[in-house]
Design a protein around this ligand. Structure first.
Ligand code: DGJ
Length: 314
């Protein structure tokens, strides 16, 4: 059977269970893709119902982007420690992993928060293996700034950056990471000032940097926007909504919210837009919307497809 991506439908892992990798991101390493995301499955052991936050970060592996093997909890919850950032009562969102070529450490960054989202911090964890277990190193406010939705992006020269919604979500900060990727350096830029953008998904193609974001409307979908820059610290030029389709599709980003842009290995210009179709009343049943990005110079377009596979990039 020819494999297909079916955006918005239940996506099962190789054990036949729904994939739990919400707000996720993908790392590629030596022939294998690793998909990390929020585990929001109903988990009686975690002591929380399906509405619970912070029930860990799950990892899946795949060679072909279609078949995903559950590698378990890369960062498990701290069920017995109410003071821990990783206690099931807390918020752990949007985990992203990058490999540091010098230290050979896999470094995970994530949004850490209190249930009322007022703590607004980033957490960092580290492992010697992509699937973990990751050692949690703690959380902080990067450059003393509040931090909610975020992503880490590793550039071609090995420098890495944290994009995080700050100033209570009004402005996006781009903070350079230290050489070991475990902290920020103090160098940062403020972009999209006062524009209230979140859910950043960043990638680079043909020398241009692209950043796709959503607006801020909780779990409800809204209008996507993308921006382009020649230097990662800016200036970033806002280009508008990449979505092409019906008014409803355009205004809701196909009922989804950006989380990552995945470069398909070995295929020039092949990038997959990864997004979440949140189900606020049953977050564990939130769906994944993966769509191929069409890139032309500094322009991006996204179109709905009921089903598709990598041959669209041929
Ligand atoms: C929107 C964010 O993008 C999500 O990651 C999550 O934090 C929700 N807000 C919570 O309302």
């Amino acid at each position: 059977m020819t494999e297909r991506f079916r955006p918005g439908e239940v996506w099962l892992d190789t054990d036949g269970k729904p994939i739990q990798a919400h707000g996720g991101g993908v790392l590629y390493q030596e022939g294998t893709y690793y998909w990390f995301g929020e585990n929001r499955a109903s988990d009686p052991d975690a002591g929380r119902s399906w509405r619970g936050h912070g029930i860990g970060v799950r990892c899946y592996s795949s060679k072909d982007l279609h078949h995903w093997k559950d590698e378990g909890l890369a960062l498990p919850p701290a069920k017995d420690d109410p003071t821990s950032d990783l206690h099931p009562s807390r918020v752990v969102e949007r985990p992203k992993v990058i490999l540091n070529e010098n230290t050979r450490a896999y470094v995970m960054w994530m949004h850490i928060d209190s249930p009322d989202y007022k703590a607004a911090r980033v957490g960092v964890a580290r492992s010697g293996s992509p699937t973990g277990p990751y050692e949690y190193l703690g959380s902080f406010r990067p450059n003393d700034a509040d931090s909610r939705d975020m992503i880490v992006f590793k550039d071609d020269d090995g420098a890495a950056y944290l994009f995080h919604a700050s100033e209570w979500n009004e402005t996006m900060y781009i903070a350079r990471l230290s050489d070991d990727y475990l902290s920020t350096t103090g160098e940062y830029a403020r972009e999209f000032i006062g524009e209230s953008r979140e859910a950043p998904a960043v990638f680079r193609y043909q020398g241009h940097y692209f950043c796709i974001t959503s607006g801020c409307s909780g779990w409800a979908p809204n209008v996507a926007e993308y921006a382009v820059a020649e230097s990662i610290m800016g200036p970033w030029e806002v280009h508008g909504n990449p979505c092409v389709g019906t008014t409803e599709e355009i205004e809701t980003t196909f009922h989804s919210q950006s989380t990552f842009v995945l470069p398909v290995q070995g295929r020039e210009g092949a990038y997959i837009f990864m997004a979440d179709r949140w189900k606020p009343k049953d977050l564990g049943d939130s769906r994944y919307v993966w769509l191929p990005l069409e890139i032309s110079g500094r322009s991006l377009s996204l179109r709905w497809r009921d089903e598709w596979n990598l041959s669209v990039f041929d």
